[in-house]
Design a protein around this ligand. Structure first.
Ligand code: ATP
Ligand code: MG
Length: 348
């Protein structure tokens, strides 16, 4: 029995999550496992009613689950950062989800907007440190609102979290094509860069058959679209990982198909699975959202719970439905979010 906690969230979050859960139900029936899905009413409405994005009680309730599925949070009525930092980032930190895994594979039948990118040369995984860097540091502003205003935003990098992330990346690379690329900006961010390089060197000593490579974050934005085949596992810090994985999502067909997961590698708290897109208020309520990203994320969740065959079946069914869509997002997909969910569930 798998006990899932579900945060549908805002905008298209409930729409894509409903489709993902329909697919998980079909997989449960087909592969003979049981699961429960407990919904947690968090997100913009909850915040606007209570003034709190995430209480200590919410964290403890969510902690009891085996894994969490998150749709998306964010709403134009809520000031920027309140839900992103106060809910998503807070959960990543509370549950020590030090690894954000974002596969970037071009599926057969999906056309990349970048010429020359094919399913044969585009199958990489971005492993992003998920709790530190510029996202964890505090900050301050002096002379705010004046011509002399100066904002300071600090970045925090610890050997402990970096190591957890790098170890995860090497384990993954060893099970894949055995190539690990560190993506950073070590020539400018020298303190954090040195720490990342040292940890990669130390952990890498245990993986002599994994080839190591290094690419600056800016150069990555050039190499990844032009030569994705160079990369297998890319390990990187929080901010660079956020940027590079949106770029990778574009290369594989857009936010509608890009999955993500927040892993606690030590299993001391639940991991959380979420599409990398946001709540997309511009298309919410119209049935134009592609649920593939949410379904792929749910498949990653099933794999992490040991349901590997079910995960592969969900992935394959989604790929076959994607191949039939005239477009990957928006009004010209030809079918609605719910209909895509139904078709994938049937094929599972
Ligand atoms: P966040 O800050 O939460 O990451 P964002 O500002 O990056 O949000 P998204 O909500 O991810 O923005 O949306 C970016 C664009 O991509 C929007 O135009 C949105 O409509 C589109 N989009 C996002 N997800 C999907 C999806 N699943 N299907 C179709 N279009 C999508
Ligand atoms: Mg975004």
């Amino acid at each position: 029995m798998h006990d899932l906690g579900v945060i549908e969230g805002d905008g298209i979050g409930p729409e894509v999550t409903a489709a993902a859960l329909e697919v998980v139900s079909a997989a449960a029936e087909r592969f003979g496992f049981e699961f429960t899905a407990t919904h947690h009413d968090l997100g913009a409405d909850h915040y606007l009613e209570t003034g709190v994005a995430l209480s200590a009680g919410d964290v403890e309730r969510l902690r009891t689950h085996d894994a969490l599925l998150l749709g998306a949070v964010g709403d134009p009525r809520v000031p920027p950062g309140v839900l992103e930092r106060g809910l998503i980032v807070a959960l990543r930190v509370a549950f020590r989800q030090s690894v954000n895994l974002r596969p970037a594979r071009l599926y057969p039948g999906v056309t990349s907007p970048v010429a020359g990118v094919t399913p044969e040369n585009c199958d990489l995984v971005i492993v992003r440190e998920n709790t530190e860097g510029l996202y964890a540091g505090g900050g301050s502003t002096v002379h705010g609102g004046t011509p002399n205003a100066t904002a300071v935003q600090t970045s925090v990098t610890t050997a402990a979290a970096t190591r957890e992330c790098v170890e995860f990346a090497f384990r993954l690379a060893a099970a894949r094509r055995k190539r690990l690329t560190l993506c950073h900006k070590t020539n400018i961010l020298v303190e954090a860069g040195r720490l990342w390089e040292r940890v990669v060197e130390e952990v890498g000593a245990d993986y002599p058959d994994v080839e190591r490579d290094y690419v600056h974050a800016d150069a990555m934005c050039l190499h990844l679209p032009l030569n994705p085949g160079r990369f297998d596992v890319v390990v990187t810090d929080n901010l660079f990982g956020d940027i590079v994985s949106d770029l990778a999502a574009t290369v594989i067909g857009g936010l509608g198909v890009a999955a993500g997961s927040n892993f606690n590698p030590r299993g001391t708290a639940p991991s959380m699975f979420e599409p990398i897109h946001g709540s997309a208020p511009d298309i919410a309520g119209r049935g134009w959202a592609n649920p593939a990203a949410a379904i792929f994320s749910a498949a990653l969740c099933l794999a992490s719970l040991g349901e590997r065959s079910a995960a592969l079946a969900c992935e394959a069914a989604t790929v076959s439905v994607l191949a039939e869509l005239p477009a990957l997002a928006g009004s010209d997909m030809g079918v609605s979010t719910a209909e895509i969910g139904r078709r994938v569930a049937e094929r599972v």
